[in-house]
Design a protein around this ligand. Structure first.
Ligand code: NAD
Length: 420
């Protein structure tokens, strides 16, 4: 299994990052090995009846990186490229994210290898319910709490809640997060990630002496994260000059009206055709001068080919893995870009997931204002820890984030000792 995992490029990248930080922390070899490898790797087959009457067997995976500090927390994705190595890498990164934010969770991730866009709602429901049944021995509010990810949504979480609750004979809302409000989802969950990106970007601007109402921003991606990042930044007075999505990119030096754009994309799905703006090449857009550049779409968009040409003051990583290690090395040598690494920048989602789980366990329902204020407190604390660790040790923010997270996990393992 060790070799199989290491042969996966995404997992080996996660291990390479881990080893670099473990060297920096001087982790004992015994603790290093225990932190690196996932605790549980579960693969199940998921047979379902297709709408045409045939039977198809899908493969589902769930990796639970650690249960040392609490149940594992992480998304469930439906995608044709899901494989166990990538799922294991994503579980490891979730582990560091939860530890960095001080959430009492380990990291987990799961996925079913399928083409959700080509499946009917009935097929998706049958696959989700059967997967949940297969996973019942391995999940639970104190063991493993899933959430939406690529290809899954609130409805998927509602089916998991229903299947799990039916099995146990009573409603168990704490089995997943990212549920609809009708099933005790949390206020503020939908906008949590994007709001967190914008909030941290504004804190970073403050650190480098730029006022938000004099700042400009460029946002790549206008989905859940991009929309809410843009809305919050606009509410702070930041002028959003460029936005892109899968259909292209738009530009307005005087600022794009985010609320009108949101109405437009709600009707047309994509931003192509939005009136009163110029078109711009999406690859050129991210190289324009701005105070905040927020990649909020896909991974690997800031590479060795464009890192030297960036003209932003703050790089706020809303997406997971937008910056390649090669680009990182270039940015690290420049001292004019303040990087808010993904593990910190997009942690608003998992933080409000944690709040949802807490509310469910205690049968509370907090207001959106309470949720957002608690979210900002947690993000601000983690931000201060990362920036002061980076300054103290003269290391980049990304490395500082992982160093804090890995030493938290290592500390918990040391305290618990090695059983037996
Ligand atoms: P989403 O599917 O809602 O939106 C993705 C957006 O990116 C869409 O506007 C799409 O058109 C655009 N896009 C796709 N390819 C693009 C390209 N090549 N160039 C420009 N835009 C492109 O997804 P989301 O939930 O907003 O997630 C975006 C990123 O944030 C992902 O990397 C995800 O892993 C990460 N993330 C999301 C959350 C969350 O709570 N949703 C939490 C943490 C991290």
């Amino acid at each position: 299994m060790r070799e199989e995992l290491l042969s996966n490029p995404v997992f080996s990248m996660a291990v390479e990052q881990f080893d670099r930080v473990a060297d920096f922390l001087n982790l004992e070899p015994e603790i290093r090995e225990r932190c690196k490898w996932p605790k549980r790797i579960i693969t199940v087959t998921v047979p379902i009846k297709r709408d045409d009457g045939s039977t198809e067997v899908f493969f589902g995976h769930r990796v639970q990186h650690h249960l040392t500090r609490g149940p594992v927390k992480g998304g469930l994705r439906y995608h044709p490229e899901v494989d166990v190595g990538e799922v294991a890498a994503l579980a490891m990164w979730m582990n560091w994210k939860c530890a960095l934010l001080g959430l009492p969770f380990g990291g987990g991730k799961g996925g079913i290898c399928c083409k959700p866009m080509e499946m009917s709602p009935g097929e998706l429901e049958r696959m989700t319910r059967r997967f949940t049944m297969e996973m019942i021995p391995f999940i639970g509010p104190e063991i493993d709490v899933m959430a939406p990810d690529m290809g899954t949504n609130e409805q998927t979480m509602a089916w998991i809640t229903d299947t799990y609750s039916t099995h146990f004979g009573h409603l168990v809302p704490s089995i997943v997060t990212g549920k609809p409000l009708t099933l005790q989802g949390s206020e503020g969950r939908t906008r949590a990630t994007g709001h967190g990106v914008a909030f941290l970007a504004s804190v970073a601007l403050g650190k480098i002496g730029i006022k938000t109402d004099e700042a400009t921003a460029i946002i790549q991606g206008f989905g859940n994260v991009g929309v809410h990042a843009a809305e919050t930044l606009s509410s702070y007075g930041v002028k959003i000059t460029g936005i892109s999505d899968v259909s292209g990119a738009i530009w307005n030096q005087e600022g794009i009206d985010i609320f009108k754009l949101r109405e437009y994309t709600a009707k047309h799905q994509v931003l192509e055709g939005f009136p009163g703006v110029e078109k711009i090449d999406p690859a050129e857009m991210i190289l324009q001068e701005c105070d905040i550049l927020a990649p909020c779409a896909v991974g690997h968009v800031i590479t060795e080919a464009n890192a030297a040409a960036l003209k932003c003051r703050v790089l706020a990583e809303g997406a997971n893995g937008p910056t390649t290690p090669g680009a990182d090395r270039i940015i690290e040598k420049r001292d004019d870009i303040f990087v808010i690494p993904d593990v910190l920048c997009n942690a608003g989602g998992v933080t409000v997931s944690y709040f949802e789980w807490v509310q469910n366990l205690q049968r509370f329902q907090w207001t959106e204002r309470e949720v957002i204020s608690k979210l900002e407190t947690k993000l601000q604390t983690a931000f201060e820890q990362v920036t002061s660790c980076a300054k103290r040790n003269k290391i980049p923010h990304r490395m500082a984030s992982q160093a804090i997270a890995i030493s938290t996990v290592a500390g918990a393992k040391t305290s618990r000792g090695l059983f037996p």
